[in-house]
Design a protein around this ligand. Structure first.
Ligand SMILES: [Fe+2]
Length: 251
């Protein structure tokens, strides 16, 4: 059963007054650190999503170069695995198909919610999952290089990337998890990878959080810690904006 969202932050206090920017930022940072994500609700029309996110770091362009991108169903793309169609996605972290450090944070905010069923962004904290790995398994995922490929949908637009790196990477005092349920290439006979995919798939199914959108709602998560995905939907008008925030340069 999906969990109820447990990291929701309202832009208004109990009396309906807008929170001062400093209070909102304080509560946002605390929830993001504690839970790995924040779902911002009751967002006023005056809220500047881009300005709020800019304070978190440099924006990192997506594979097609968009800095502030649009997520809406694209014509002729329903038959492939692709972020910009109506179909569900599979659990992943962003940027696994690149050699460099993946974006540290991802943000989606809602221009037009999907009417009717579906369209939720789903999330799962990887910490309980990683804590169940044995020391040997953890070491194996830090040191065994795997091949990763970009999606079928991007390939249709001429974007085809592959990268080679382990599932886990230590970086600037953090452990980065890279994951893709369908684009991690499992070598023949690699039981550890087969079990990881089975375990993550099952845990995602049982324990993910589903975020539903009202207009202007925003969800921000730590992409080094959280897996994310999307439920299928029907409404062609569903429209989200997307920003990726790069890691600070390690000093
Ligand atoms: Fe994604």
């Amino acid at each position: 059963m999906p969990k109820l969202p447990d990291s929701v932050l309202s832009c208004h206090d109990v009396n309906g007054k807008l929170l001062p920017d400093s209070v909102l930022r304080y509560a946002f940072d605390q929830l993001l650190t504690n839970n790995g994500y924040v779902h911002l609700v009751n967002v006023p029309e005056s809220f500047d999503h881009v300005a709020f996110l800019k304070e978190m770091g440099e924006f990192q362009p997506t594979p097609t170069g968009a800095v502030v991108g649009d997520l809406k169903p694209e014509a002729g793309m329903e038959d492939v695995y692709h972020a910009q169609n109506h179909r569900s996605l599979l659990p992943h972290t962003e940027g696994y198909e690149y050699e460099g450090i993946p974006p540290q944070f991802l943000a989606l905010w809602c221009v037009t919610p999907a009417s009717g069923p579906g369209g939720e962004t789903t999330l799962l904290d990887s910490r309980p999952l990683l804590s169940r790995l044995t020391e040997d398994e953890h070491h194996g995922f830090l040191t065994t290089p795997y091949r990763w490929k970009s999606t079928e949908g991007l390939a249709r637009h001429g974007v085809e990337n592959t990268a080679t790196h382990p599932v886990l990477e230590e970086y600037a005092g953090h452990v980065i998890l890279r994951y893709s349920h369908n684009n991690l290439i499992v070598p023949e006979g690699d039981e550890a990878a087969v079990q990881l995919l089975a375990f993550c798939g099952q845990l995602y199914e049982e324990s993910h959080t589903a975020v539903s959108y009202a207009p202007r709602d925003m969800v921000v998560w730590n992409n080094w810690r959280m897996l994310h995905s999307r439920n299928a939907f029907e409404d062609p008008a569903r429209h989200l904006k997307r920003v990726q925030i790069a890691a600070p340069i390690a000093g």
